[in-house]
Design a protein around this ligand. Structure first.
Ligand code: ATP
Length: 616
C-alpha cells in the first residue's frame, strides 16, 4: 500500500486500464503494443535515415549514381520510402485499434460492474452514493462524460507513441551532446508528470461532482422517458423541469468549470522550461553548424530529432483523457471491493428437498434501512409454520414489505435472528435459500422482454421449458391474455419495441404471479405474495382465490394484503403495527377478539356493503 502511494496516480490509472485491456482482448492488446512501438520508432528511423540521405547527397552528386556513394544514396532513399510507407500504414491502424479496444474496455467494465453489483446477497449498496458514482462512469450517461474509459484507451494509442518518440529522439540527441540529451531526457518526463498531475486534479473534481450531477440526470430523464410523461403533461411540468434541470446542472458543473484548466503556473512553468531547453538546443546546433563541428548529415539528423522531441503533446485533450480515466477507472474497479464489504453469504449448505419442513422463526427482529432515522421493524417475534398460509396485515408503513425483504435475505436484520428449520438465515447460502422462495413483490419488475422471458425469470434454468411456462401462466390466470397478444409468448412487453405492447396493471400482476408460481414449480417451497391482488378486479381476485388453496397446497405461503376477502382465507393472520406484531390468530379468533383486526375488517366490510348498496 505504502509503495503504491508513491506511484503517480495517472501511471497507476494507466496500469489499471492496461490490465483491463489485457483481460478484455489479449490478442488485440499485444498487437496494440507492437503498433505503439512501431509508431514510436518509425519517425525516428525516418529522421535518422533522412539525415543520412541528406548527408550522402554531396558525395553521390560528385561521384555519380553508379559509384558506391551513389548506390548508398539509392539504398537510403529506398529505406526512407519504406519507413514512410510503413508509418502511413501503422498510424491509421493504431487509431482504429485504439477505438476498437476502447469499446472492448467499456464492455468489459460494464460486465465487471454488473457482476460486482449483482453479487452481494443484500441490496443496500444500490443506494450507496459512491457505488452510484462509479456506476455512472460505466453507464456512460454522465453529462460530463469525458472520463469515459474508452476515450483514455484511444488516448493511449496516440499519447504513448508520442511519449516514446520524444524519449527516443532525446536519446538520439545524446550523440550530439550527452548532457543536452540528458536535459531533454529529464525535462520532458517532468513536464508530462506535472501536466498529468494537473489533469488528474481536474479529473478528481469532475468525478467528485458525479453525485451532484445525479439530480440533473434524473430531471433530464424524467422529461425524455415514458414513466412521468403523463403527469408532466397533465400538470404542465415541463418548464419547471427544464428550469430545475438547468439549475441543478449549473450547480454541479460550476466547480468543474472553475477547476477544469490546469493552473497557469504549471502550464507557464512547463512551457517556459521547454522554451529554454529548445533555445539552448537550436542555439547549440546553429553554433556547431557555424563552426563546422557538424556535417550535413548530423545537422539534418539532430534538427529532426529536436523536432520529434518537441512533439510529445503534453498539453492536449488526449493527455487529459488519460488522467480523467485514471481518476475514475480505479474507482470503478474498486466497486467490487466496496460492494464486497456487504455482509456476504455463509457456507453453501446443501438444502433438503422439503425445506423448510418445520418453521421459519423470527426472534427479536429489528431493522433500520441504511441512512434511515426510524426503525421499520422494532422487535418482531414470529413463527411461521411450514406448509401453512400466513397473512400479514397492517396500515401503510407498518413494516410488512420490510418483513418480506428480511425473509428473502435482501437486507440482514439490524438485530435479532431469522432461523429456517433451526438454521440461521445468515449461515445459509443466499442462492440456495432463494431457490426455495417464489415471491411476488409489491413493486415487481416489469421486464422489457418477451412474455416467456418475463415468466421464465422465476427460475432461469427452466426458462426454456414451454410446458412449465404454460402451466404457471394457466395457474396465474394469465393464459388467455398471453394467447391474445400479437406474437403470443414471444411478444415483448414494452411498446418501445416494434411489435411490443404494454399491459394493464392487473395483467402485469398476473404475469408477475405466474413468475412466482413458475419458481414454485421449479422447487420453491415458500411463496411470498406482497399485495398479489391489488391491481386485480373483483372477478379476477375471486377467480384466483377460489384456486388459492390449490395454488399454494403444501407450500409455506406468506400473504400481504389490504383486502380482507383475501386475507381471511389464510390459516393464520398477524397484525403488524409500527414494526411490531400486535395480534396473531385465525380470522375467527381475531374477529372474536374484537381488536384492531376486527375493526379493520368491519370497516372494510361496511364500506363494501355501502358500495353494494350504491350499485343496487
Ligand atoms: N428503502 C427504504 N429506505 C428507508 N426507509 C424505508 C425504505 N422502504 C421503506 N421504508 C420505511 O420503512 C417503513 C416500513 O415500510 P414498509 O414498506 O415495510 O411498509 P408496508 O407495511 O409494506 O406499507 P404499505 O402497506 O404502504 O406497503 C416505512 O416507515 C417506510 O417509510
Amino acid at each position: 500500500m505504502g509503495k503504491n502511494r508513491r506511484i503517480p496516480p495517472t501511471l497507476a490509472g494507466i496500469a489499471a486500464l492496461v490490465r483491463v485491456l489485457a483481460k478484455a482482448s489479449p490478442g488485440r492488446s499485444v498487437l496494440g503494443v507492437l503498433l505503439i512501438v512501431a509508431a514510436a520508432l518509425l519517425p525516428i528511423g525516418v529522421a535518422v535515415a533522412t539525415g543520412l540521405l541528406i548527408g550522402s547527397i554531396p558525395a553521390a552528386v560528385s561521384a555519380g549514381l553508379d559509384s558506391g556513394a551513389g548506390r548508398g544514396l539509392l539504398v537510403l532513399l529506398a529505406v526512407v520510402g519504406g519507413l514512410v510507407l510503413a508509418q502511413q500504414v501503422v498510424t491509421p491502424l493504431l487509431t482504429t485499434l485504439g477505438e476498437t479496444l476502447g469499446r472492448q474496455v467499456d464492455r468489459e467494465l460494464q460486465e465487471r460492474v454488473m457482476s460486482a453489483v449483482g453479487t452481494p446477497a443484500g441490496i443496500a449498496h444500490l443506494t450507496d452514493p459512491e457505488v452510484l458514482a462509479g456506476l455512472r462512469v460505466v453507464r456512460g450517461l454522465g453529462l460530463a462524460d469525458n472520463d469515459r474509459p474508452s476515450l483514455a484507451v484511444g488516448a493511449l494509442a496516440s499519447v504513448v507513441p508520442a511519449w516514446l518518440r520524444a524519449l527516443a529522439a532525446a536519446a538520439v540527441l545524446v550523440a550530439f551532446h550527452w548532457w543536452l540529451g540528458l536535459i531533454w531526457l529529464v525535462t520532458w518526463p517532468l513536464v508530462v508528470y506535472f501536466m498529468q498531475r494537473e489533469y488528474f486534479r481536474v479529473g478528481q473534481v469532475g468525478f467528485g461532482q458525479s453525485s451532484a450531477l445525479q439530480q440533473a440526470e434524473y430531471l433530464r430523464d424524467l422529461a425524455i422517458t415514458a414513466p412521468a410523461a403523463k403527469e408532466i403533461r397533465i400538470w404542465g411540468l415541463l418548464d419547471w423541469l427544464v428550469t430545475r434541470f438547468s439549475t441543478a446542472w449549473r450547480t454541479a458543473m460550476e466547480p468543474i468549470w472553475r477547476e477544469r484548466r490546469p493552473r497557469a503556473r504549471v502550464v507557464l512553468g512547463s512551457t517556459g522550461a521547454l522554451a529554454v531547453v529548445n533555445a539552448l538546443s537550436y542555439g547549440l546546433l546553429a553554433w556547431a553548424a557555424v563552426r563546422h563541428d557538424l556535417g550535413l548529415a548530423g545537422l539534418a539528423v539532430y534538427t529532426q530529432a529536436l523536432s520529434l522531441a518537441n512533439n510529445y503533446t503534453a498539453f492536449d485533450d488526449q493527455n487529459a483523457y488519460l488522467s480523467f480515466a485514471a481518476a475514475s477507472v480505479p474507482k470503478v474497479l474498486n466497486l467490487s471491493d466496496r460492494v464486497a464489504a456487504e455482509p456476504s453469504a455463509g457456507d453453501a449448505l446443501e438444502l433438503p428437498e422439503a425445506f423448510p419442513a418445520d418453521q421459519i422463526r423470527l426472534s427479536g427482529v429489528r431493522f433500520r434501512y441504511p441512512g434511515a432515522e426510524q426503525e421499520a421493524l422494532r422487535g418482531v417475534g414470529l413463527s411461521i409454520e411450514a406448509g401453512k398460509s400466513l397473512a400479514v396485515v397492517g396500515d401503510n408503513g407498518a413494516g410488512k414489505s420490510s418483513l418480506v425483504k428480511i425473509l428473502c435475505g435482501l437486507h440482514p436484520p439490524t438485530a435479532g435472528t431469522v432461523h429456517v428449520d433451526g438454521i440461521d438465515l445468515a449461515e445459509l447460502d443466499p442462492a440456495a435459500w432463494r431457490s426455495r422462495i417464489g415471491v411476488l413483490f409489491q413493486d415487481f419488475a416489469k421486464y422489457h422482454l418477451t412474455v416467456a422471458e418475463n415468466i421464465g425469470m422465476g427460475a432461469p434454468h427452466h426458462a426454456d421449458d414451454r410446458d412449465r411456462l404454460h402451466a404457471a401462466a394457466e395457474r396465474a390466470g394469465a393464459l388467455p391474455l398471453i394467447q391474445n397478444l400479437p406474437n403470443g409468448w414471444d411478444t415483448i412487453l414494452s411498446p418501445e419495441y416494434t411489435g411490443g405492447t404494454d399491459l394493464s396493471g392487473g395483467q402485469w400482476q398476473r404475469i408477475a404471479l405466474a413468475r412466482a408460481l413458475f419458481a414454485v414449480d421449479a422447487g420453491a417451497r415458500v411463496l411470498i405474495l406482497d399485495e398479489p391482488t391489488a391491481a386485480l378486479d373483483v372477478r379476477a381476485e375471486a377467480e384466483i382465490y377460489e384456486r388459492f388453496l390449490e395454488l399454494t397446497a403444501g407450500l409455506t405461503t406468506i400473504l400481504i394484503s389490504h383486502r380482507f376477502s383475501t386475507v381471511r382465507r389464510a390459516d393464520r393472520i398477524v397484525v403488524l403495527d409500527n414494526g411490531v406484531v400486535v395480534e396473531d390468530g385465525s380470522h375467527d379468533d381475531l374477529l372474536a377478539r374484537e381488536g384492531r383486526y376486527a375493526r379493520m375488517f368491519d370497516l372494510q366490510a361496511a364500506r363494501f356493503v355501502e358500495l353494494e348498496a350504491g350499485h343496487a
